[in-house]
Design a protein around this ligand. Structure first.
Ligand code: 5AD
Ligand code: FES
Length: 346
């Protein structure tokens, strides 16, 4: 196994079968070895700097019905909310004062926010904070919509592919959602000129080692600037309520493999990872991640954006996450930095 990890470090790529055997058969000491090389690689590009992205969860309305997600449209027990433009601008204002230079507008697929409204939001934020990057994470749209947001000033777009296997995709989503369209969205976004993030859940229902290997091959092909991964965590009001959650170990191992496969990638140590283990995000950084995404949403809505059970960061002090993460990163010898934190990918 260590030979394979060395090979991945050198060549930045393995065959599908090699990835599968690493994912299936590694020992704890193989994992430690992987993390040491992943950190070494990350150090070459980013040192001990950890980038922060302020996450603004601006709507929990969603027209989709993904089986895993707590804010799927069929979940009647969610109290739905939308932030107004003023709400969002004041989140940015607070965030700017806290040192954030990237704002991530994330929400369900909510038709209330027309392309016109999204463009207006993006251009207002960019006008007020020209030194900041704006990231959108609002799901699948058509090429012309993505183009309009980009022309309005959006810099980046996050859209997890969820799985690179169309059969697996069909087991996670209702038949009205199409794998091919999701993948097309990611290529459209790249073509338009966005810095793009894809990603997937680790340990999602029916996921196999083969699926994870295909995720790595897909990432290698797409060459995104960011890859967001976290453990699947079951949510009590979804069809997957009784399914097992992913594990921290599995997630850390995938973080390490992603760092070695795509060395300059921006790799968040996610809230979901912090939710399944109290030190999950610290361990994520020590497995090769280099980004954290503190919650910047208004305190009043945080308990309503629950994609999965027991989500952390729903506390009642606005600046809590920033401070908490700063402390956590310092505790392992890393620094949270104020900058847009662009990818070092060329
Ligand atoms: N557990 C973990 N992650 C989830 N997501 C949605 N539901 C869950 C869950 N139950 C992730 C999906 C989505 C992102 C916004 O959150 O990957 O793309
Ligand atoms: Fe949100 Fe710690 S990062 S409470």
């Amino acid at each position: 196994m260590k030979d394979l990890i060395d090979k991945l470090f050198r060549e930045k790529q393995l065959s599908r079968d090699e990835y599968i055997s690493l994912i299936k058969d590694h020992s704890e000491s193989d994992a430690e070895y992987l993390f040491s090389l992943a950190v070494k690689r990350r150090m070459e590009y980013y040192g001990k700097d950890v980038y922060v992205r302020g996450l603004i969860e601006f709507t929990n309305y969603c027209k989709n019905d993904c089986y895993y997600c707590g804010i799927r449209r069929s979940n009647r027990s969610v109290e739905r909310y939308r932030l107004t433009k003023d709400d969002i601008m004041s989140c940015c204002e607070q965030g700017y004062e806290l040192g954030f230079r990237t704002f991530v507008l994330q929400g369900g697929e909510d038709p209330y926010y027309t392309d016109y409204k999204i463009c207006d939001l993006v251009s207002s934020i960019k006008n007020k904070y020209p030194d900041c990057a704006v990231t959108l994470s609002i799901g699948e749209k058509e090429h012309e919509s993505y183009k309009a947001y980009f022309d309005a000033g959006a810099d980046r777009y996050l859209l997890r592919h969820e799985t690179a296997d169309s059969g697996h995709y069909a087991r996670l989503h209702p038949s009205e959602m199409f794998f091919d369209h999701r993948i097309k969205c990611l290529y459209d976004l790249k073509e338009i000129g966005y810095q793009v993030g894809c990603g997937f859940m680790v340990g999602s229902p029916y996921q196999t080692a083969e699926n994870l290997a295909d995720d790595l091959l897909f990432i290698k092909e797409l060459q995104p600037q960011m890859v967001g991964i976290g453990p699947f965590i079951s949510q009590h009001d979804t069809p997957f309520a009784q399914m097992n959650s992913g594990t921290m170990e599995q997630t850390l191992f995938m973080l390490g493999l992603i760092r070695l496969t795509l060395p300059p990638v921006l790799l968040p140590s996610t809230t979901a990872l912090g939710t399944i283990h109290p030190l999950g995000r610290e361990k994520g950084i020590l497995a090769g991640a280099n980004v954290v995404m503190p919650n910047l949403s208004p305190v009043s809505v945080r308990k309503k954006y629950l994609l999965y059970d027991n989500k952390i960061c729903t506390g009642d002090e606005a600046a809590e996450c920033k401070n908490c993460l700063q402390m956590r990163m310092r505790s392992i010898g890393y620094d949270v930095v104020v900058s847009r934190g662009d990818s070092k990918q060329t």
